[in-house]
Design a protein around this ligand. Structure first.
Ligand code: GBH
Length: 460
């Protein structure tokens, strides 16, 4: 296949944003530079046995110092937009109190460099790196953390609001709560359902409070990024159908529904209470949580097929789902073990249009990890990632043609980077990084994406 040929008939609407995404802890490194405080990911990754190979983000891909070259790469690819996150402990080393100006200065320099390259900056305030000092006071299980997050949002907005047009509060609160406090697979590594339910609610509350703070300061393009994994039952047995309902409830509905409607889904509230993990809702919280946003960020990777009624296995990722298993699917599987389901992406976007009518969507992450090899010519011929990219762009266009209001797409990820508990083993980048030399090499998928962007801009 000629990787430079975009899928035929890919017609994106006018004004569509094409970009790539990253997150602070996954790329920056410089973990102890310029007054940065420790985050829960420093603690977790430095705890033996928690991450693949003991990998940490101490060095990562040295984006903290190499950002000018990385922005130049983005420009070479022709990106219109770049989504990144701010490290809370660079700005507030203790999570609250003293502000570290050198942290704010870094993001000012970064944003100015991005803008000078003609690329629109999209800022995410929280991509999982909670200051450790706040975790020491209970982290997201502590209601106070929601207010601390809103304070932090106000500080970053005051510093960067004049130069960043697009703001997102949280990345994937599902991961921060359920992977962090229920499954133990992410920092802080707890396995306590009651804590996890508190974290869910306090993250959403923090989102609402931060949205209000930034709105009051004049922000006019505010959103939140949620991750969606469609769940279908392995059979039409009542047990499998209920397993899919429960997991869909916590993965997909528990976060979007209260934001859009001001109410949690009733079945989820019941499931959580039954599992001894009630949502700690106080009067007025749901009004805060449903403070209007301007856009929804959608992260999509794959769709799961699940069955229930198995021998209980703890901890489960979802509360009260110890009996649920994910089934293997036919077809290609990424190195994350994920199947490739572009049709489910189309369906998901249609479903979200119905759940959140009138709310513009941006695909804030989509991508895949493969066993990339550097060829003798020094190039990375990642045909599987090229195919995945083309198939998902086409699936998105199909959804748009059916009426979904999708206005942008960000590939995950610009660079190979620190894939959380999976360390450096998993490569999601359009651009290959040699972790010995830090040399960046655009993969075939980067060239393919650049060609999609070039053809779109040429009106082809
Ligand atoms: C997104 O998470 C994140 O926003 C991004 O930072 C991440 O790099 C990307 O997707 C790719 O994963 O195997 O037990 O370690 C999507 C949710 C979170 C799902 C990590 C897989 C691995 C759990 N992903 N999780 S484990």
């Amino acid at each position: 296949t000629d990787v430079r040929s975009a899928p035929s008939g890919l017609s994106l609407p006018p004004g569509f944003a094409l970009g790539a995404a990253t997150a602070a802890y996954q790329i920056e490194g410089a973990h102890d530079v310029d007054g940065r405080g420790p985050s829960i990911w420093d603690t977790y990754s430095h705890t033996p046995g928690k991450t693949f190979n003991g990998d940490t983000g101490d060095v990562a891909v040295e984006h903290y110092t190499r950002y000018p070259a990385d922005v130049a790469l983005m420009k070479d690819l022709g990106l219109d937009a770049y989504r990144f996150s701010v490290s809370w402990p660079r700005i507030l080393p203790a999570g609250k109190g003293a502000i570290e100006q050198r942290g704010l200065d870094f993001y000012r320099r970064l944003v100015d460099t991005i803008s000078e390259a003609g690329i629109a900056p999209w800022l995410t305030l929280y991509h999982w790196d909670l200051p450790q000092a706040l975790e020491d006071e209970g982290g997201w299980t502590n209601r106070d953390t929601a207010q601390r997050f809103a304070d932090y949002a106000g500080i970053v907005y005051d510093a960067l609001g004049d130069r960043v047009p697009h703001w997102s509060t949280l990345n994937e609160p599902m991961c921060s709560s359920l992977l962090g406090y229920q499954a133990g697979a992410h920092a802080p590594g707890h396995t306590d359902s009651a804590e996890a339910a508190k974290a869910v609610h306090h993250l959403l509350l923090g989102h609402g409070l931060a949205t209000q703070v930034m709105r009051d300061k004049g922000a006019d393009h505010l959103g939140i990024t949620l991750n969606f994994t469609p769940m279908s039952p392995a059979s039409d047995s009542a047990v499998d159908v209920d397993a899919a309902r429960r997991q869909d409830g916590q993965q997909n509905r528990m976060f979007i529904t209260p934001i859009v409607t001001g109410e949690y889904p009733a079945d989820v509230v019941e499931d959580l209470a039954k599992a001894g993990a009630p949502l700690p809702i106080q009067d007025g919280d749901l009004e805060v949580i449903s403070t209007p946003v301007d856009w929804l960020g959608v992260n999509y990777y794959y769709a799961a097929v699940v069955s229930g009624g198995h021998e209980p296995k703890s901890p489960s990722t979802f509360i009260g789902c110890e009996d649920v298993r994910e089934e293997e699917q036919d077809g290609p599987t990424t190195t994350m073990g994920w199947s490739v389901n572009p049709d489910s992406f189309t369906e998901l976007l249609g479903r979200l249009s119905a759940i959140a009518p009138g709310l513009p969507m941006f695909i804030t992450e989509n991508g895949s990890a493969w066993p990339d090899q550097v060829a003798e010519d020094g190039q990375v011929h990642d045909q599987q990632r090229v195919d995945y990219l083309h198939a998902h762009l086409a699936a998105m266009v199909t959804a748009i043609e059916a009426g979904a209001d999708v206005r942008g797409y960000f590939a995950w990820s610009l660079l190979d980077n620190y894939e959380w508990a999976r360390g450096y083993e998993q490569r999601f980048g359009l651009v290959h990084v040699d972790y010995e030399t830090q040399v960046r090499t655009p993969k075939d998928s980067a060239h393919a994406y650049a060609e999609v962007i070039r053809q779109y801009k040429a009106g082809a």
